[in-house]
Design a binder for this molecule. Structure first.
Ligand SMILES: NC(=O)c1ccc[n+]([C@@H]2O[C@H](COP(=O)([O-])OP(=O)(O)OC[C@H]3O[C@@H](n4cnc5c(N)ncnc54)[C@H](O)[C@@H]3O)[C@@H](O)[C@H]2O)c1
Ligand SMILES: O=c1ccn([C@@H]2O[C@H](COP(=O)(O)OP(=O)(O)O[C@H]3O[C@H](CO)[C@@H](O)[C@H](O)[C@H]3O)[C@@H](O)[C@H]2O)c(=O)[nH]1
Length: 489
């Protein structure tokens, strides 16, 4: 029986391996991690991540051909194919700080593979990594193997790049029916070709052949960074236009619809928002920027950096709107925040725009009351007390070094509790339940004038104005109230 071992039981490793196990009953799949609580979670009825449909997949395979373990060395040693799906955070200090990928976890995984392997392995990059990482890994593996095996024969490795394109909230559907599976390998050597074929055979059990793309290693690595940069660029483009809509009276939803009708542009990923979040877009673009700088391409680097700048501008612009509309101060005022996750249908808060918006409001001394159906109070406190980029480390290694804002932040059990006696409501995640709330009930329990700042365009602006709210919705024609209160930083 072929054995697959995946190092890293996170948002990617867990769901990806569960679907491989589901579709390949003849392959033994083990997911290993250094984090005991995470593995315990995967072995329990409360999986460590919330993802629609995932419970069902895990339930079908766990104990059959899918298992989760902290016995990293044993399972890596036994495996034929080793996926590496560990954190690749942005560096926070030293060379490339604030941009370059920190490959500490990757390198330690690679060294561990070299240490424990006694049989040939295909090592698959699942983590998102800088271009040419495969070359670095090859060096680590081959040098260490040679040392252990006296310079001759020894264990042979083939490195493949197999970046993951799943989006959170739809991970299971994306994995079951991917737009494409990308496999990069050494397609100029027989061993390289054989490794690519072996991995292609795994996916071919359920992915149509025309959706399995094979490329050289560097194209696969770069395609992942480029795909995320293109996606994020679309959001920054529509968000930039949203600011112009507010200034001119155009409606960003109408503009995006009209633009997206052009078949060359397409309708997807054109929803204006308070800003994109998630563990990947910012990190991967910064990584791309750094790579461009390293290759002496400053113009290309600054082109992509602008995507992040517009995203930061959008989050800052939102906070400025809130504060400016409320007589230029929110000090001591209760502001309800509906939604803390970076998008709906996930409990993930990594790089969520809600963190920056809440920090902005707290900086202006607001009392923030947060409700999210999937995010715990403990997670909110951690996020607000953490410095930029520190979230992207295994949980037990995350430094909590930021300001403690516990006194100014409360977590509510539902949207109505969050909004009770508040001056304003900010909608920061597009959870479906926020579309169907009883806003009249909310209005009645709030201070007047009552404000709604919709960072996701989920509310019916006309209806809310009828109730009596002052409404701001990203990129929509402004209330007279807001026109008279320009937000200047
Ligand atoms: N989250 C996504 O939607 C997504 C999608 C595509 C690609 N990616 C990329 O996939 C990689 C993993 O992302 P994630 O969201 O799953 O991260 P994650 O933090 O959820 O999971 C990573 C796991 O790796 C474990 N780990 C770290 N070092 C280890 C080691 N040496 N040995 C064993 N376990 C180790 C950590 O404890 C953690 O549980 C990143 O490179 C990310 O950029 C993420
Ligand atoms: O029109 C849109 C679409 C998305 N977003 C925001 O963009 C962020 C990212 O959303 P999404 O891409 O759906 O989720 P991720 O899970 O971050 O997935 C992205 O990042 C993953 C990690 O690399 C990739 O695998 C996926 O292909 C890529 O979509 C979220 O904050 C969304 O709210 C918008 O503001 N407007």
């Amino acid at each position: 029986m072929v054995k697959i071992c995946c190092i890293g039981a996170g948002y990617v490793g867990g769901p990806t391996m569960a679907v491989i196990a589901l579709k390949c009953p003849d392959i033994e799949v083990v997911v290993v991690d250094i984090s005991e609580p995470r593995i315990a979670g995967w072995n329990s009825d409360h999986l460590p991540i919330y993802e629609p449909g995932l419970d069902d997949v895990v339930r079908q395979c766990r104990g059959r051909n899918l298992s989760f373990s902290t016995e990293v060395h044993r399972h890596v040693s036994d495996a034929d194919i080793v996926f590496v799906s560990v954190n690749t955070p942005t560096k926070t200090c030293g060379l490339g700080a604030g941009k370059a990928a920190d490959l500490t976890y990757w390198e330690s995984a690679a060294r561990m593979i070299a240490d424990v392997s006694v049989s040939d392995k295909i090592v698959v990059e699942k983590s998102t990594v800088p271009v040419k990482t495969a070359e670095a890994i090859e060096k680590i593996l081959s040098h260490n193997t040679h040392r252990r095996h006296g310079g001759g024969g020894g264990v042979r490795y083939q490195i493949l790049s197999n970046p993951e394109f799943l989006a959170e909230g739809t991970a299971v559907a994306d994995l079951l029916s991917p737009d494409r599976v990308l496999i990069g390998g050494r397609n100029d050597t027989p061993a390289g070709l054989a490794a690519v074929a072996a991995l292609r055979d795994v996916y071919a059990r359920w992915v149509p052949p025309d959706r399995i793309l094979t490329t050289n290693l560097w194209s696969a690595e770069l395609s992942k960074l480029a795909a995320n940069a293109f996606l994020a660029q679309r959001i920054s483009s529509v968000n930039a236009i949203s600011a112009l809509c507010e200034a001119t009276g155009a409606d960003v939803a109408q503009v995006a619809h009209s633009v997206g009708k052009d078949a060359r542009i397409g309708p997807h990923f054109l929803s204006a928002s308070v800003g994109f979040g998630g563990s990947c877009f910012q990190k991967d673009i910064l990584n791309l920027v750094y790579i461009c700088e390293c290759y002496g391409l400053p113009e290309v680097a600054s082109y992509w950096r602008e995507v992040i700048r517009i995203n930061d501008y959008q989050k800052g612009r939102f906070v400025n709107r809130v504060v400016a509309s409320m007589f230029n101060t929110v000090a001591g005022k209760k502001v309800a925040v509906l939604g803390f996750a970076f998008k709906k249908d996930t409990g993930d808060t990594r790089e969520t725009p809600a963190i920056d918006v809440c920090k902005g409001l707290l900086g202006d001394k607001a009392a923030v009351s947060i409700y999210d159906p999937q995010v715990t109070g403990e997670q909110v406190s951690r996020d607000l007390a953490m410095n930029k980029f520190d979230w992207d480390h295994p949980r037990h290694l995350q430094p909590i070094t930021g300001t403690d804002v516990a006194g100014q932040v409360a977590v509510a059990a539902d949207a109505y509790e969050a909004a009770r006696e508040a001056h304003a409501v900010c909608i920061l995640t597009e959870w479906d339940e926020f579309r169907g709330l009883d806003y009249k009930r909310m209005f009645d329990a709030m201070h007047k004038p009552a404000f709604i700042f919709d960072g996701r365009n989920v509310v019916d602006v006309a209806k809310l104005r009828e109730i009596g709210f002052v409404v701001y919705s990203i990129g929509k024609p402004l209330d007279d109230w807001l026109k008279d209160m320009p937000a200047v930083a």
